[in-house]
Design a protein around this ligand. Structure first.
Ligand code: CTP
Length: 403
């Protein structure tokens, strides 16, 4: 998302400046071309050389230095930017922008830009709670400026409370959301994720190795692109993406019920959950005690949720997943047909860099018209965006609703 994008990182004075260094590294790693603007007080905490070395660009500091150049510096910075991120943002810069004061390079550039601006405030808790600050933030929000709320915790000033600069990754994600194309705005997506657990007795269950990472990445990416997202998730250790409606479930039967309930609201379903195909025929109410003999477990079939959705599509786009250990294309192709899907995401889980609990995936996309696309090894976030690119296309060409 940041490839070839021009980001202006505005750095104000505060102990949290060190986190802006890490934030800069995240932008650079993501392919952004970053210009750093430092206020005078920011330079008291970290030298411009650090930002210059990491960004590969000169650090902008003085309004009048830039006037020496051929172009008017603050205007060209303001015009070139795809996004402004101010981290840490002090009460001072927020107050200045809210009041229309442009008396240094950063405030002047902010006044001149039409790019989206994200403020990441960090300050003493009493300053943060001060109604003057709160009024300034509220009026900027009303004007369309974006904010990421400071965290609670121990502050450098010795106080405990809200005012800590959020972790660089959280600021980076918020910035990413601002640049995402809003091509799923107005759509509602249902995403399933994680494993299901089929209870044997109060202390045991049958499950699988699914971490839920792929499904959570799809839910997060869809939300970034403007969709309303319902995430039906089996048990995972993941935090639900911000802005997504989470419906937690445990068993396949519960997942089916949650999916069927949410279905009327959605235009597309992405079924990344690893649903257990079988459950114990009986669930004991007490712990099963060991005996001297071997034990045979009788299993009965779970509903195939996706196949059921495929039988009654009503114009919805259906995307399935196929995690296989052999004959990938053959098995995935069969599932695509059998479940009446528009697209299936196939991955060979024996391949290094693919499959459960990995942060990357290597997938093939099989379309209903027979087209097969092979994607390289990508992060699960990137796979999610690739998959959603196809969903956007499919939604644009979907057949009219049948009764
Ligand atoms: N799926 C489902 N309900 C099930 C089983 C699978 O909705 N009871 C969905 C999965 O979420 C996935 C797709 O169907 O999107 C394929 O799942 P997979 O387990 O690979 O396929 P199965 O049909 O169960 O076939 P098999 O286990 O024999 O490979």
């Amino acid at each position: 998302m940041f490839k070839d994008k021009k980001v202006v990182l505005g750095v104000c004075g505060g102990i949290a400046v060190y986190k802006a260094v890490e934030l800069l590294r995240l932008f650079v790693k993501a392919g952004a071309d970053v210009s750093v603007v430092m206020t005078r007080s920011a330079q008291e905490f970290v030298t411009p050389l650090t930002f210059q070395t990491l960004s590969g660009n000169p650090v902008h500091r003085e309004l009048f230095d830039l006037y020496q150049e051929k172009e008017i510096g603050h205007i060209s910075l303001a015009d070139r930017a795809d996004l402004f991120v101010i981290a840490p943002a002090t009460a001072n810069i927020i107050g200045k922008v809210a009041a229309g004061i442009a008396d240094d390079l950063l405030s002047t550039t902010l006044m001149a830009t039409r790019a989206p601006v994200l403020f990441a405030p960090a300050m003493n808790v009493h300053m943060y709670e001060n109604p003057i600050y709160q009024r300034n933030e509220a009026s900027l929000r009303e004007l369309g400026y974006h904010f990421i709320d400071p965290d609670h915790g121990a502050l450098a000033c010795g106080y405990e409370g809200q005012g800590k600069l959020p972790e660089p990754q959280a600021i980076f994600t918020s910035a990413q959301n601002l640049l995402a194309p809003q091509d799923l705005a107005g759509q509602s997506l249902l995403v399933t994720a994680g494993p299901t657990r089929e209870e044997l007795d109060p202390v045991r269950y049958i499950s699988n190795y699914s971490s839920g990472k792929m499904g959570y990445a799809v839910a997060r990416a869809a939300r970034q692109r403007g969709a309303e997202v319902i995430l039906v998730s089996g048990p995972t250790f993941l935090l639900p993406p911000v802005g997504v409606t989470l419906l937690p479930v445990v068993s396949a039967a519960q997942m089916r019920d949650a999916v069927m309930q949410a279905l009327p609201k959605v235009t597309a379903v992405v079924k990344s959950a690893a649903v257990a195909d079988y459950r114990p025929a009986a669930t004991a109410t007490e712990k099963i005690k060991k005996s001297d003999d071997d034990m045979t477990l009788k299993l009965e079939k779970n509903p195939d949720i996706l196949a059921e959705l495929g039988q009654n599509k009503q114009g919805r786009i259906l995307v399935g997943f196929a995690a296989e250990t052999q004959d990938l294309l053959k098995h995935a192709g069969e599932k695509l047909k059998r479940k009446n899907l528009d697209l299936i995401v196939a991955n060979d889980i024996t391949q290094c860099g693919a499959g459960f609990d990995c942060d990357t995936n290597i997938v093939k996309l099989l379309h209903a018209d027979g087209q097969i696309e092979e994607l390289p090894q990508l992060s699960k976030d990137e796979v999610a965006h690739q998959l959603l690119d196809r969903v956007v296309e499919l939604l644009a060409h979907r057949p009219q609703e049948e009764d």
